[in-house]
Design a protein around this ligand. Structure first.
Ligand code: TRP
Length: 432
């Protein structure tokens, strides 16, 4: 079966090396695999959440398109498009919004971080937070589910969003589709194992908000060199042995080097290579790989009408796939043609089946426990003992509301396979 691989980049600002290593490079590598159909898009609706400067959004989506193509994406082999050219995406977003628990969105990292920042400043918790920011993960779920993508290459910071997309998909399937004919595929995040978060110049994650980025193409080799010069190192002198492990400089080098080059670089630093020399090696290493792409990038930026034509074509191909899936989703939720008899959905409403149950109880040891049984009575989850019944009860409600996404942190033992447990937990969303 063809694997569908999909990834998007929010079109705010200019791309940096972290975007290249974390998203673009792995995605392009994946697009060249046999048996893969790949989807790349400019997440320009997502950009509106973070950016209120229209000219910057406009410029950024052009730059990012040029970047993907310059970095080796082949518009003939793959689908490349702008999110905002597909009206199917916001339409599906609404259908998904209606099956998403608000409580789950409250726990999205990006939203929580914004709330925490407000509280730290003694502001109202939701000050300056738009509904766009709050609902961001649902739009992202629609991006993925509209093509039933199997695999989503993302940075580690996006993994929670993919898990939310899975939950939303599962919930939609559970509510509206027969068990043997789910509409949505449950997507998987694909995180580059080696370099999950590329460090920036100061060793923290490379991010525009930390002002520690290395630009990818913009500013030419000069800007690359200047950024590398700003990488923070210790003050060891030339000739003094240096500890390579954990330094931002070496981690950046690793992201562009083969295993034997990595080992050689470490050995040189331990033998006293100066930081200045080391920065020159790093520059050569990166420039060797991105220099040729930058030339292509400059050429494309000078011919925006070519890029426009490529994206128009991409949107037409993408819509031909998205349309039929959206039509099925509309059918499933009951938005059907009046010309059809009333009970002909894709699914029809399922019989109300017996439901899984949580049982709470107290044992002879005085502790409080709960367990989750499947509809057929078989055991799915067994909790640890709690000192108070309230704690046990709180976990039961979290499991009911948030579903399988909290299993990792819940004090429970699994007594069945993950899929059965997730399906049982999804059933509680119905009552919520
Ligand atoms: N949220 C992602 C980011 O900021 C971009 C994105 C939007 C995305 N929709 C997506 C990534 C769908 C993968 C799949 O990096």
């Amino acid at each position: 079966m063809t694997q569908r691989v999909l990834t998007g980049i929010t079109t705010t600002g200019t791309l940096h090396l972290g975007n290249y290593v974390g998203a673009i490079r792995p995605a392009i590598a994946a697009s060249r695999e046999a048996g893969v159909q790949s989807f790349y898009f400019m997440a320009d609706y997502h950009a509106l959440i973070k950016c209120d400067d229209p000219d910057r959004v406009a410029r950024s989506r052009l730059e990012i398109t040029a970047t993907w193509i310059a970095a080796g994406l082949d518009p003939e082999r793959t689908l490349i498009y702008r999110q905002s050219d597909l009206p199917e995406i916001p339409e599906l977003t609404w259908l998904l919004t209606c099956v998403t628990a608000k409580g789950q969105m409250n726990r999205a990292h990006a939203y929580k971080a914004a709330v925490d920042a407000n509280l730290a400043e003694n502001e109202d918790a939701d000050a300056g937070i738009s509904m766009g920011l709050f609902s961001y993960p649902i739009l992202m779920a629609a991006d993925i589910l509209i093509f039933n993508a199997h695999r989503v290459p993302v940075g580690k910071d996006q993994v929670q969003h993919i898990e939310m997309a899975r939950d939303v998909a599962q919930r939609f399937n559970h509510l509206f589709c027969p068990p043997d004919a789910p509409l949505f595929v449950l997507p998987e995040a694909a995180v580059e194992p080696d370099m999950e978060l590329l460090p920036g110049l100061d060793g923290r994650k490379m991010s525009k908000s930390y002002d520690n980025v290395v630009p990818l193409f913009v500013g030419g080799s000069k800007a690359l060199k200047e950024a590398i010069a700003r990488i923070v190192t210790d003050s060891k002198l030339p000739g003094e042995p240096k500890e390579p492990e954990g330094t931002a400089l070496v981690q950046l080098f690793d992201a562009f080097a083969k295993p034997q080059e990595r080992a050689a670089f470490r050995a040189e630093l331990r033998a006293g290579l100066s930081w200045g020399e080391a920065k020159q090696r790093l520059f050569d290493q990166i420039e060797g790989q991105i220099g040729p792409m930058r030339a292509k990038y400059d050429e494309l930026m000078a011919a925006p009408e070519k890029l426009e034509a490529i994206l128009q074509q991409g949107a037409a191909k993408a819509r031909a796939l998205a349309g039929p899936l959206l039509a099925q989703a509309r059918q499933a939720v009951g938005l059907r043609s009046f010309a059809l008899p009333l009970n002909t959905g894709v699914s029809g409403k399922k019989e109300k089946a017996a439901l899984p149950v949580f049982k709470q109880y107290r044992e002879a040891d005085g502790k409080f426990y709960f367990k989750l049984n499947a509809a057929d009575g078989s055991l799915l989850l067994q909790s640890a003992g709690f000192d108070s019944g309230r704690d046990a009860g709180q976990w039961v409600s979290r499991l009911k509301i948030e579903g399988a996404s909290v299993l990792g942190s819940a004090p429970v033992q699994k007594a069945a396979d993950d899929a059965s447990i997730a399906a049982a937990l999804a059933a509680f969303g119905d009552a919520a």
